[in-house]
Design a protein around this ligand. Structure first.
Ligand code: NAD
Length: 541
């Protein structure tokens, strides 16, 4: 029972460290990188607070040096998946009843552990396993994860404070109960912060979780699991289980206590999960919550009043940082003919200045794409674009998998606005540009809206406010996060809640109250002080 209306610390965004030459943080993270690189890390499952090994292992290889093995991770069979579910349900008995300030204390502590003692290790693990440069690792695995943990605590208290009106004779109270059952969290490879947030956000609201990280993020997933444990998440509340995804999902989604899925990943997988829930709907005790943030085909639109250097920079950063593997990465651009020659030149100049290689060499801006499947897919699309009549590969177009999965930042120009790389999510450092006639601005906006099944992020650059207004209105349904005079990536927790619509997801806005609301099932309590003792109303005379 709470004995006070407690205030939580005001959430602030974790400052981004620079890692410039000569700074102490640079030396510290490089030392953590080398230590992890030269150690063979074994990543177990974490079930009911215990490390579980199964002997069914896979190797962990850095994408930028695929012959190097830095560790192994264990995979679960059906038995371990069932054990994780049973542990979660057992843990629920106490966790779901625990006072909110205890849960807040745990996750605020987790934030400070990531910001402090675990920062170098989680960044180094993300650099090695997901091939992020130090800057990309810092803004993800350190800062964004910390922000999720801090801001969600504040949002939780805002939700609890939202109460209905009462009268002098009846007191109305809204109780934000956790879901009745367990939540299945499935995370992608590309953001360590998302991997931590999917289970943490649900658990913060009093839920218990079975969390399946991506095969390609296991080094940093282990750090998250250790942080949760040190922060005081009780055994069974968050169980980290890697397994064959189809087998695991079959086990989870045929369980009567399955209460929700918190997913981030590709659209195809999410649609498959939704279908499976539909097939099993008569099995469940409650209607499961379905929350999924999925793919994108994110756009940059320039009006002919845009500043060319601003457009070029938005494209270069938006499309190529982290090798274009952000769900928000720009992958199609619409540029007016009058500006294209100058913008093209600026992009070319920037791309030619890029260095590509291991993230350990901090002068590199580009590293490798995540795995061979991604490399092969990108190579196939690039090769096809070299052959097709409607397209020209004007920048990049080379790839080399001898040491790592390296794909050159590539710009394709097309005369066909529906060319496949204008519509399909490639998830790599490839952007396709459609050059439009300056006087066809309105038609071009219609094209942007109708071209892709996705609606995640998009940007308009231009100085003419009428043109900006027109784009803002015309593109209102094709991006959940819309940027004016900026690139279409880089959402910050607490500032730009993130998520898309259409085939990009359920738009439940990670890092906001809207998301946390999905993990509660409110109970309304009305208490009447002096109940009536006669059924008759005055109008009856
Ligand atoms: P993915 O869909 O391949 O994998 C995501 C997770 O789903 C992984 O844990 C994977 O093991 C699991 N999975 C795969 N097949 C499954 C199945 N049949 N059943 C259950 N789980 C299954 O995605 P990825 O390559 O890890 O990540 C990239 C994708 O994620 C891109 O499409 C990107 O746009 C999207 N993404 C979206 C957002 C967003 O906020 N909208 C954020 C990050 C990534």
């Amino acid at each position: 029972m709470a004995k006070g209306f407690f205030n939580v610390p005001v959430a602030v965004n974790e400052p981004i460290k620079s890692y410039a030459p000569g700074t102490p943080e640079r030396e510290a993270v490089l030392s953590a990188y080398r230590k992890l690189w030269n150690t063979h890390t074994e990543v177990p499952l974490y079930i009911n607070g215990k490390a579980v090994t199964t002997g069914d292992t896979q190797e962990i290889r850095p994408p930028h040096d695929h012959q190097k093995v830095v560790g192994t991770y264990h995979r679960a069979g059906k038995k371990e998946v069932q054990k994780a579910i049973a542990s979660a349900l057992e843990a629920r008995k106490k966790w779901s009843q625990m006072r909110w300030e205890q849960r807040a204390g745990i996750f605020l502590k987790a934030a400070e552990l990531v910001a402090g003692p675990y920062r170098n290790r989680i960044n180094a693990a993300t650099m090695i396993n997901q091939s992020k440069t130090i800057f990309q690792a810092e803004i993800d695995s350190a800062c964004e994860l910390v922000d999720f943990l801090r801001f969600n605590v504040e949002y939780m208290t805002e939700i609890y404070a939202e109460q209905p009106e009462s009268t002098s004779d009846a007191w109305n109270r809204l109780e934000y109960r956790p879901l009745e059952g367990f939540v299945y969290c499935i995370s992608p490879f590309n953001f360590t912060a998302i991997a931590g947030n999917l289970p943490a956000s649900a658990a913060l609201m009093g839920n218990v979780c079975v969390w399946k990280p991506s095969d390609h993020q296991m080094l940093s997933a282990q750090v998250i699991a250790e942080v949760f444990e040190e922060a005081g998440v009780p055994p069974g509340v968050i169980n980290m289980v890697n397994a064959d995804p189809v087998m695991m999902t079959d086990e989870v989604m045929t369980h009567p206590d399955f209460a929700g899925v918190h997913f981030t990943g590709s659209t195809t997988v999410f649609k498959g999960l939704w279908s499976k829930i539909g097939e099993n709907i008569n099995t469940y005790k409650t209607y499961p919550r379905i929350v999924g943030e999925t793919g994108g085909k994110d756009f940059i639109v320039a009006h002919n009043t845009a500043v060319p250097a601003q457009v070029a920079t938005a494209i270069v950063r938006g499309a190529f940082e982290f090798q274009g593997q952000k769900c928000s990465a720009a992958s199609r651009a619409y540029i007016p003919k009058s500006l294209w020659p100058e913008i093209e030149e600026l992009i070319r100049r920037d791309v030619e200045s890029f260095k590509m290689g291991s993230p350990e060499d901090m002068s590199n801006f580009i590293t490798a794409v995540i795995h061979e499947g991604s490399f092969d897919k990108l190579a196939k699309y690039i090769d096809q674009a070299k052959k097709d009549k409607a397209t020209e590969v004007i920048i990049g177009g080379n790839y080399d998998k001898s040491k790592g999965w390296f794909v050159d930042p590539t710009v394709i120009v097309t005369t066909d606005p529906h060319y496949t790389t204008m519509e399909t999510e490639l998830f790599g450092p490839v952007i396709t540009v459609y050059v439009y006639e300056d006087d066809k601005y309105s038609e071009m906006l219609e094209l942007v809206d109708n071209t892709s099944e996705y609606a995640l992020t998009g940007a308009i650059l231009g100085q003419d406010r009428y043109a900006v207004e027109e784009a803002t209105m015309a593109l209102q349904n094709c991006a959940g996060n819309f940027y004016i005079n900026d690139k279409c990536t880089g959402a910050v927790v607490g500032q730009q809640p993130f998520g898309g619509a259409r085939a990009s997801g359920t738009n439940d806005k990670a890092g906001s109250k809207l998301n946390l609301l999905r993990w509660v099932s409110p109970r309304m309590i009305k208490e009447t002080f002096v109940p009536p003792t006669d059924y008759r109303y005055p109008f009856m005379g």
